[in-house]
Every structure is written in structure tokens, then in C-alpha cells.
Write a new protein. Structure first.
Length: 285
């Protein structure tokens, strides 16, 4: 199977971007087409065979990824952020085998390891109970920085939710891929590398995290489930915010999540909600 790889960047991390692209070009035994999307930036100094796509405006992270898709060929799509790289030259070949062996696999997140060692954040593994990080399995969400998608599944789901701009777009895409009849997987045996995350959440991530949780509920869940989903998030996260400004940003996000346009409503089918329950992650957690 062939890959169309989309690398998203704002051009602010040239060394990490170089590592990300080189890790793609080092892949063996795959047919690979690579574009670098500058969001908004004119990609320059790219290796031979790698094309640049310059966006005139910042479309946000999910919108920037979407913008690269028409510019690559391939049965499979691979999305790589500029601060992430593939750890092994057989990574994409192993990903391709996973899609070939399971025609229902629509979306697959790679395992993420801290570059240079250290303890990884728990959110890099999209399970409620992380357990063994190297254990593969079916999941209901993805961490977005190193993700493969079957193009037909990606198109059936409608792509990344561009309106989200930042945070939780991997939940929205995974839910819609599942609702289109595909499986979402976690490849615990295929590592990617990402710099350790040490800083506290930035104010903008707190705001978008709150707003987009409400949008997820409004877009996809029946009212009782939606209320429970948002309430569980508020109860788990609001007490952890230590400053008055961070709490204000969260409350502003919840308010805007209720008041602003969340995009088209596409309620999940009952069979999708049942699959989430069977997988141990019903949409109230």
C-alpha cells in the first residue's frame, strides 16, 4: 500500500522539522509521497522529492493537516507533526501490514516515546488505564502527532475537524471513523519520538480544551450523555487548575462551547456508543 505523508509546521522548529522529514525519507519498503504544510509559512530548504504547501493563513492544526491531503497520493495517509519523528526505518512498513491484515482498520496511532528518555505523559496512550505502553489494541481516540489513516475511512469521516483548531481533534476524528464502521487502533509496537513535555498547560490549550469538549458533546452525543461527558471533564480538570487566570480561561471555554457554532451535528449511532462501552471507554469518561 502507498502512503501520502503530511508534515505540519509553522516553520519555528527547523531542526525538529528536518528530523521529522528525514525520518520519513528513511522509511524502507514503502511507496511514500511527502508534503510539508506551512501553516502559515513558505516551506523552504526541503529535501529532493519533498514538496511544500504554503498556507496564506493559519488554519489551526486540524485544518492545516486537512490542507495537505489533496497534495499527496496514497491509499494510506500519515500525519506527522514537525516535533515528532519515526524511531525506526520499518515503521511505515509495519503500519501498512496492519492495514492490510485488517480491512476494517481505519485509523492507527503510533506509540510515542520521549526523545532522549524520561517518563511519557499518560495522554500519549489513548486508554483510560495505560497499562503496558507497548501493548497494541483497539481504542476510541488518538493522540494526533503520529497517526495513519486509511484514505477511504478518513474521507468517510470528513477529515480532521478544522473548527477545533487545537486540542481534542483526535477524539472527534476517531469517533467519526468508528461511526463510519471502521476500527481505531493503537500500535504499541511502532514507536515515534517526541520531546518530553514538562510545562504546565498553556492558557490557550486550557481554553480550547474546555470549548472543544463541549463541542464534542454537542456534535455527537445525545443530551443526557453529552451533559455527563462534559460534567465528568469539568469535575476531573477544573480542580487541577491552580491559578485564577487558568480557571477563568476554562470557564470561558465552557461558555463559548455552549454559545458558539460547533459545526454540523452528526450524532453517533447506537452501535458506535455500544462499541465504546465494550472497549471500556463510554463517552462519559
Amino acid at each position: 500500500m502507498s502512503f501520502g505523508a503530511v508534515v505540519l509546521t509553522q516553520g519555528r522548529r527547523p531542526e525538529q522539522l528536518r528530523q521529522a522529514v528525514e525520518s520519513l525519507l528513511a522509511q524502507r519498503d514503502v511507496d511514500l509521497d511527502v508534503v510539508v504544510v506551512g501553516n502559515p509559512w513558505e516551506p523552504t530548504g526541503l529535501p529532493d522529492g519533498v514538496r511544500g504547501v504554503a498556507l496564506p493563513d493559519n488554519l489551526g492544526i486540524p485544518g492545516g493537516r486537512n490542507a495537505g491531503v489533496p497534495h499527496v497520493r496514497g491509499d494510506l495517509l500519515f500525519f506527522l507533526d514537525d516535533d515528532t519523528s519515526l524511531a525506526r526505518p520499518d515503521a511505515l512498513a509495519r503500519v501498512a501490514r496492519a492495514f492490510v491484515s485488517d480491512p476494517r482498520l481505519g485509523l492507527l496511532q503510533l506509540r510515542v516515546d520521549p526523545l532522549g528518555g524520561g517518563d511519557p505523559p499518560r495522554e500519549w496512550v489513548p486508554r483510560l488505564r495505560v497499562g503496558d505502553r507497548m501493548r497494541s489494541g483497539e481504542v476510541t481516540a488518538v493522540w494526533e502527532g503520529a497517526v495513519a489513516a486509511r484514505r477511504t475511512a478518513f474521507e468517510a469521516a470528513g477529515g480532521w475537524p478544522a473548527d477545533f483548531r487545537f486540542v481534542h481533534e483526535g477524539i472527534d476524528l476517531a469517533w467519526r471513523v468508528m461511526d463510519a464502521g471502521y476500527r481505531v487502533g493503537y500500535a504499541g509496537d511502532v514507536p515515534a519520538l517526541h520531546p518530553p513535555v514538562k510545562d504546565a498547560p498553556r492558557d490557550y490549550s486550557i481554553y480550547f480544551g474546555a470549548r472543544n469538549k463541549v463541542w464534542l458533546a454537542r456534535r455527537h452525543l445525545p443530551l443526557p450523555l453529552g451533559v455527563a461527558y462534559v460534567a465528568s471533564w469539568v469535575l476531573r480538570t477544573l480542580p487541577r487548575l491552580r491559578t485564577r487566570k487558568s480557571r477563568a480561561d476554562a470557564l470561558r471555554g465552557y461558555r463559548d462551547g455552549v454559545r458558539t457554532d460547533c459545526g454540523p451535528r452528526r450524532p453517533l449511532h447506537a452501535r458506535t456508543l455500544w462499541r465504546m462501552l465494550r472497549l471500556g471507554r463510554p463517552p462519559i469518561l
